[in-house]
Design a protein around this ligand. Structure first.
Ligand code: UDX
Ligand code: ADP
Length: 458
């Protein structure tokens, strides 16, 4: 079959892999290739054991793989062949030099742009899919278009809004797709080409076109607003714990105001994930760069509140357990940054585990999908942490359980059996408010929910 478009994605990660799989499944008339420098990752994409856990992803991959979806390490050949190239390589926060701890590390992006410029023999549309700081497209455009071959590249921004755990649903039915392009005749032609891809399944009114800068900034601001809601409700959870108010009731009550809305108001041990902190710090860095100190401080406080929430959680544990947890076994239920993913990037459990270790606790970690990543995250600590698949085994001999991730399986465990295997008095700290606190208390646990009164037997 003759494909009507040849699309390439560079970077087969959490964004590139699922996004391209859905495009390929929805558009059998296009050839979609996904490449990565990591051969093990590509091998995994070509197997039934995909490199990332995402509900529904394997079915989508299986539908298209080998038909019009291909995973490969042949990067140069794929660049040469493609008409449209999505770039979805990682952009971690810089950990060195100017902007360290805030600015995005663009080395992978720039290496990719230079490689495209080197290998390409024809005009191509380049699309930023990774989250990049505002105006990156402009810099990339310069790098790409300073080739001596007379080839013209249009650089567009098409940020990804999928959330892990619901990626397939989000891609199938997005609230909106943003496509930013230079407002030139060539830029607008390229923009139409990209609109055409999504129009295969997304209603036209949800495909929003604008200039590149507005699109890039919108992605950072969307994540900053979402994270701000979580930090706001988490700040109130601290107040609820000091008073008679219950955070779940407050969330519900304010969420009924249609101007506020009811989503992203679930108080938690803290937000994690690869985007929120990174994007806010990026926003902060950009504001600082333009001398907007107050604006930078305002957004930075969203991250500070998140750090405070994690510290506060550990302090609650310490104080509840008679001000010492040294030598006490503590089971962390969940390590992923949210349920339905094996991803642990910026997971609150990482900081909590380290802070508990600082207090000399014996921390044992269990998670249905994220234990491999947890081992990598805590590699430098050698055998100081224990990793156990079975939550019942993890809780055996523990003084406390702390729920870090809202996995639904934790709701239906046999807590009577668990209590019998633990040290007494036994504690549960529910960092996600997913358990039946009253029932646990009646079984004999001392229960510490978030933003609600604790239930103690002493
Ligand atoms: C986020 C954005 O939602 C998505 O649009 C963007 O493309 C990438 O970043 P993701 O990080 O995958 O997606 O997950 P999300 O569902 O947004 O959750 C982020 C964190 O916030 C998780 O740790 C989650 O547990 C936490 N959270 C979310 C809360 O603590 N309370 C809430 O009410 C919602
Ligand atoms: P995201 O969540 O943004 O998708 P990931 O870290 O999951 O981030 O994925 C980024 C992918 O990009 C990784 O698989 C990494 O190997 C790949 N990558 C990084 N640099 C390059 C490059 N120059 N060429 C091809 N792939 C790259």
């Amino acid at each position: 079959m003759e494909f009507t478009k040849k699309i390439l994605c560079i970077g087969a990660g959490y964004v590139g892999g699922p996004t391209m799989s859905v495009i390929a499944a929805k558009c059998p008339q296009y050839k979609v290739t996904v490449v990565d420098i990591n051969a093990a990752r590509i091998d995994a994409w070509n197997s039934d054991n995909l490199p990332i856990y995402e509900p529904g992803l394997l079915d989508v991959v299986k539908e298209a793989r080998g038909r019009n979806l291909f995973f490969s390490t042949e990067i140069d050949a794929a660049i040469d062949e493609a008409e449209i190239i999505f770039v979805s390589v990682n952009t971690p926060t810089k950990d060195f030099g100017e902007g360290a701890g805030k600015a995005a590390n663009l080395q992978y992006w720039e290496a990719t742009a230079r490689n495209i410029a080197k290998v390409a023999r024809s005009t191509k549309i380049i699309i930023e899919k990774s989250t990049l700081p505002v105006r990156t497209a402009e810099a990339m455009c310069r790098i790409l278009n300073s080739n001596s071959k007379g080839i013209r590249f249009e650089v567009l921004s098409n940020p990804e809004f999928l959330a892990e755990g619901t990626a397939i649903e989000d891609l199938n039915n997005p609230d909106r797709v943003l496509i930013g392009a230079p407002q030139t005749p060539e830029g607008l032609t390229a923009q139409n080409e990209v609109v055409e891809i999504y129009a295969n399944w997304v209603p036209k009114e949800r495909i929003v076109t604008s200039n590149v800068w507005s699109t890039e900034l919108s992605k950072l601001v969307a994540n900053a607003f979402l994270a701000q809601r979580i930090s706001s409700i988490n700040s109130i959870s601290a107040l609820c714990e000091k008073t008679e108010a219950d955070i779940t009731e407050v969330s519900h009550n304010i969420g009924m105001d249609s101007r506020i809305g009811n989503r992203f108001l679930v108080s938690s041990v803290g937000f994690g994930g690869s985007c929120f902190k990174k994007d806010i710090l990026n926003l902060v860095y950009i504001c600082e760069t333009y001398g907007l100190t107050e604006v930078a401080k305002y957004w930075e406080s969203v991250v500070e509140m998140n750090e405070y929430q994690k510290r506060r959680f550990v302090q609650t544990m310490l104080h509840a357990m008679f001000n010492t947890i040294a030598g006490k076994r503590i089971a962390l239920f969940g390590f992923a940054f949210k349920a339905d993913t094996g991803d642990t990037r910026e997971a609150p459990a990482i900081d909590i585990a380290k802070q508990l270790l600082d207090e000399h606790a014996n921390v044992v970690i269990t998670d249905p999908k994220a234990l491999d990543n947890a081992r990598i995250d805590l590699e430098e600590y050698g055998d100081k942490f224990e990793f156990i698949d079975d939550p019942y085994e993890a809780a055996k001999g523990a003084h406390a359980i702390a729920v870090m991730t809202e996995w639904k399986e934790y709701k239906s465990l046999d807590y009577k059996k668990i209590l019998a295997s633990m040290e007494h008095p036994s504690f549960i700290f529910d960092g996600r408010n997913i358990l039946d606190h009253k029932a646990l208390f009646e079984l004999g646990f001392n229960v510490f929910p978030l933003g609600q009164p604790s239930l103690k037997h002493y």
